[in-house]
Every structure is written in C-alpha cells, then in structure tokens.
Design a protein around this ligand. Sequence first.
Ligand SMILES: Cc1cc2nc3c(=O)[nH]c(=O)nc-3n(C[C@H](O)[C@H](O)[C@H](O)COP(=O)(O)OP(=O)(O)OC[C@H]3O[C@@H](n4cnc5c(N)ncnc54)[C@H](O)[C@@H]3O)c2cc1C
Length: 371
Amino acid sequence: MADTADVLVIGGGIAGLSAAAAIAPHARVMVLEGEAQIGFHSSGRSATMLHYALGDALIRALTLASRPFFDSPPDGFSDVPLGRRMTVLIHAREEERAALDALDADISRFAAIDRLDAAGVHALCPLLKPDTLYGIADRNGIRLDPHAMLQGFARRLRGSGGELRTGARVAKMERRGASWSLTTEAGDSISAPVVVNAAGAWADAIARLAGVRPIGLQPKRRTIITFDAPPGTDLDGLPFAKTVGDELYFAPESGRLFACPMDEVPSDPCDAQPDEYEMALAAQRMEERTIVKVERIHSRWAGLRSFAPDKHPAVGFAPDAEGFFWLAGQGGAGLQTSPAMSAIAASLVLGTPWPVAGVREEELSPARFFR
Ligand SMILES: Cc1cc2nc3c(=O)[nH]c(=O)nc-3n(C[C@H](O)[C@H](O)[C@H](O)COP(=O)(O)OP(=O)(O)OC[C@H]3O[C@@H](n4cnc5c(N)ncnc54)[C@H](O)[C@@H]3O)c2cc1C
C-alpha cells in the first residue's frame, strides 16, 4: 500500500527542512531527499554568514525578520548554538567611496552600522592593503552553523511526528484527483494533497516532472578556497570582510582563511565542482586586496545559488496546479532567510495569518511570473 501524508516536501536542504519543521506540528509531513544525507548541495556549501550586504531591501527585510530566531532559538535548538557573532566589514578604496555611501544608506535601515576611516578599517582587519580607505562595520553579524540548523530543523520535524527519508529521489509525479502521487527512483509511492517543491537548483526540473510551468530559475555556481593566513594572524579577531562591489569576500575558516571571488557562473543543476579559473581568481583577488600570499590552496568547494528572474525567492502555491507549492529561488541568502521563509511557507500551506511584517505576499508569490 502506498504511503500518505498531508504535505510532502521535496528537498532536504535548509529550505525544505525548515518549512517541514514549521508545518509538522499542524499536519502529517514527510520530507523526501534524493541524496543519502541532508544538506549535501547548496545548504552544505555556503559561506555561512548572516549579513545585510546580501541582496536588496526584500532580502534584508527577510533577514531582519529571521534575526530573532538566531538570537533566541526556539526549543529543540537550544543545545547547540546556531552561530557566533562575527563583525561584517564592507571596505572600499577611494574610487569606491560613493558605492560604500549608497550601501551604508541601504543597510542602515536594517542594522546598526559604524562608519570607519582608514585607521578603523586596518584596526579591524590588518590584512587589507593600505589603499583600503573606508569601511562600514556591522558588529552584529552572525557566522552561522548550517549543520546545527539542519539538524535542529530535522529534530523538530521528527519531534512533531514528521518523517525524513533520505536516498529518496523523486522520479515521477502526477496529480490523481485530490492528491499528488510521487514515485521515487527506488519505486516507493507516496501521495499527499500538497507537495512543497524545495528542490533548490532542481526546483524547475521538479515542476517539469509534475507538468507545472517552471518559473525560470537559474542556478549559478560560486567557488570558495581555503589557505593559510600569514603567520601570527589573529584569526579569531578577523571580521567577514567584503569589497563593496561583488568582487571578493574572505573570513577566518577552521584555523585558516577562506576567500570567494563572488563568481556567478550559470550552471545546470548538478553536484557543483570548483573550476580552476575561479579558484585562481579567488587567489588573485585576495592578493590584490590584501597582504596575504596564497602559496597553496588547502581546500576548495563550489555550490549553486539559484535565482528566479527578479532575484527574489518564490514562495506560494503555483497558480496553474492545485496543491503544488513553490519554495525556491533563495539565491545567496537561503540560510539567513530560512526562519522567515519557512514561517511564510507554513502560513500559506496551512492558511494561517501572514507572519512577517515588512514583506508582502505579492512580492514573493510565484504568481508574479505568470502575469
Ligand atoms: C558558495 C556559496 C555561498 C553562500 N553563502 C551564503 C551565506 O553566507 N548566507 C546565506 O544565507 N546563504 C548563502 N548561500 C546560499 C544558500 O546556501 C542557499 O540559498 C540555500 O542553501 C538553498 O537551500 P535549498 O534548501 O533551497 O537548496 P539545497 O540545499 O540545494 O537543497 C535542495 C535539495 O533538494 C534535493 N533534491 C533535488 N531534486 C530532488 C528530487 N528529485 N528528489 C528528492 N530530492 C531532491 C537535493 O538533493 C538537495 O539536497 C551560499 C551559497 C553558496 C553556493
């Protein structure tokens, strides 16, 4: 006999698990994850930061709404911290000053920002070259722990009677009467009236599988390398440091440094692998902006950031298919916005009041791509 649930969630990344955990106290929820482990794709390959230099006002509003979750995690998360404070420094050379002023104005609506002169910048991050003259600092950034987040959401899901199946790749989907019927590659069948499509880079592929119109998601590859800091560097004191333009960020990482050239290489959905060119670019930009010599790359990884055409996430029921719910397009901010996004997803699935002030349903609804 086929299994049933009230809500089936496709995808055991941060989006799927956080939404499943939020819905599970009110409905029978099952998460289907194709890989053998949760968080194997984007959610396990990020830069793990919460900061306001990411995205635009909508992403910042979702981040702000998510903040209380990280500052005082609910039950089930209290045993492991979800992150630790890390100052976020956005820095600029002389010719980048106007861009820094503009970003300062944008971010100041969401976070307490300190303006730094050259001395302040170098006191905070002695690795930057002397031509770095200006900075803004958010002393309240968070270096997130995605593992603790994923495990916490999975625990909450199970604690509410929900189920998580790994190694369960959805291969077939069809609407039969009032339910979606899903079949995994292994041949298991599960049905539910509502399917949440939280398949990350594969979300459009899931829509096609279901005969639902895709929203035009574009996965983009991003690369990170790690390498040694100069001897004597106070790694614990370093901030997450980002150029005001999308050129480079770096931060301490497990006794070394990591750096990202902020590459956005269009990709098909896949197990993203770092490319030699972007790794070299990360090292080159690190040497251009800082006094660090990247003698040897210690480790490297790449992941996909998936964007809808307007670069805003899509959350809500598909206008063209009953019971098909989109939770996709989190781009480069899926970890830091997951508390607000999952609360929104749960409210729309369950039909409860809109939970996030400062963000409107129309801005996030997938219906915007069908007008
Ligand atoms: C280099 C890099 C840096 C980043 N930095 C940050 C940051 O600092 N802060 C931040 O907030 N965000 C950051 N992000 C973005 C963040 O990682 C993503 O927005 C987030 O992880 C997306 O989560 P997701 O659950 O949608 O996708 P995923 O984690 O990819 O999960 C989707 C899941 O769906 C599963 N799936 C797909 N098809 C099927 C199927 N047919 N059946 C079953 N399962 C299926 C996949 O196996 C996958 O596990 C970064 C991303 C990258 C790559």
